[in-house]
Design a protein. Structure first.
Length: 125
């Protein structure tokens, strides 16, 4: 008795989600190329960074969070800075979409911490 194994498609063969906005091509030799070869962002020195520290209450159920915006650099450096700020303030938070989110109103403390670390930080609103 002979059994045939069904070949399972690899995840690389099923890349239709990366091509959702592509118009159909009638060219039989067409190969879709994704723009995935982005160069990593260089982190500029701390003294040249211009960070803005503000408070936000929108879409958070009335809770206050402190936002740090304006960081130019790699995602790893942003995560490290966010972790440092969270631990120095003793609260939780996250890093999303290039912003550091700290739970609570810590604008003055964060501006002081950033300036002591060499960043050019400004308090907003």
């Amino acid at each position: 008795m002979t059994t045939f194994a069904k070949k399972e498609p690899h995840m690389s063969d099923n890349d239709w989600k990366s091509r959702l906005g592509v118009v159909f091509s009638t060219n039989p030799d067409f190969k879709y190329e994704t723009g995935g070869d982005e160069s990593p962002v260089e982190t500029i020195p701390a003294e040249k960074q211009r960070l803005i520290v503000s408070i936000d209450r929108r879409n958070r159920g009335g809770k206050q969070v402190t936002l740090v915006k304006g960081f130019v650099g790699s995602e790893e450096d942003l995560l490290a800075l966010g972790k440092t700020l969270k631990s120095k303030c003793g609260v939780g938070g996250s890093v999303k979409e290039g912003e550091i989110i700290i739970q609570g109103d810590f604008r003055d403390r964060i501006v002081t911490l950033l300036r002591s670390m060499g960043y050019n930080a400004k308090r907003s609103n």
